[in-house]
Design a protein around this ligand. Sequence first.
Ligand SMILES: C[S@@+](CC[C@H](N)C(=O)[O-])C[C@H]1O[C@@H](n2cnc3c(N)ncnc32)[C@H](O)[C@@H]1O
Length: 359
Amino acid sequence: MSLSRDVADDDSDACSLMSVSSGFAPSMASSATTADWDMRSASRPPSVLSMTSSLRQNAYRHEYGRGINNYSEVYRLPADEEELSRLDKQHIMFMEVMGKYAPPMEEVLADDTPGEIKTCVDLGCGSGSWILDVARDFPHCSAVAVDLVPMQVLNMPPNCRSEVDDINLGLQHFYGDFNVVHARLISSGIRDYAGLINHIALTVRPGGLVDLSEFDFQVYGTNKKPIPIDQHASAVARWMNLVHQAVARQGGEPDAANHIHGWLRDHDAFEDVHYRRWWFQTTTWNQGTDPESRRQNRYGAAMRDDILAFLHSGRPLLLGSGCPEHILNDVEDSARKELQEGRVPGFILMQHVYGRRKH
Ligand SMILES: C[S@@+](CC[C@H](N)C(=O)[O-])C[C@H]1O[C@@H](n2cnc3c(N)ncnc32)[C@H](O)[C@@H]1O
């Protein structure tokens, strides 16, 4: 079993993992979080919030003990401190395994065009860990973080701003604005992912980069096939299946991960499309003692801790979408025990596609 990237087809990228360090100096920090109304002239008014403290408070509501965005009925995972901390740790795990940026990033964001300020947007930025890295690593660029809630950062780099918006309402106000459009793990809040890619095609500038990563709310077996869901399935697989069903019930696209490659590859607007995927062990179940098995178990431990935190994050989504509490408690307790014991094999599959906008 390999943690590392799997080559899936002719379009797959065969180069090795990128370094996690870019060598760019961090920029000066400020505490500004603003919405730029000029850039949003074409957006629908109800999709826009400015960042006053009362509106910031109104961006959240409490459900089942967690802070949830108050804006979308589709995305029902929390947006509170506990979740932001989970996302920060998850970001470090992804960076170490998948690399910090897609390979064309430095070329696309190079400060090489007099009179043009290079721009990057992160759709569904979460805690902002990725877009904050971009703002610091590419201080000459303008970085925009979009999410259903304002980004909670005290030291916002001066070249980064946070916008509150529901991507499902369209990206017309962003058309032609960005050299890089990035999104990671947002499918559970997206009603029509293929439609979103059409919007992204018009948002990214000619020669620009689109960079999408998703997972499909399934657990895979050692045969790299989804574990069939029945009473014999692992508890983690059964719990993940409950989340898959809940995401679909709320109107999200839990299977988008399995289509993003085809959607980008077959789209008229894109070229040079590359697909990569990574298998993460769900726990430290690997029995091998060789260095690669130990490496897989190290990231298996990080993924186990991520899933343990995700078990708690999933409660508002699952209970709010009708999963009976006694069933959820039962599956959740079994999944927690299974993760902590670390004996049942399983994989999570991360899928990554990136490509360039045709000129
Ligand atoms: C699982 S988190 C991932 C965050 C971040 N991309 C990362 O990889 O760490 C999903 C994020 O997407 C945001 N999101 C989901 N659906 C959205 C939508 N329709 N519009 C804007 N943001 C959305 C959520 O609010 C949440 O912050």
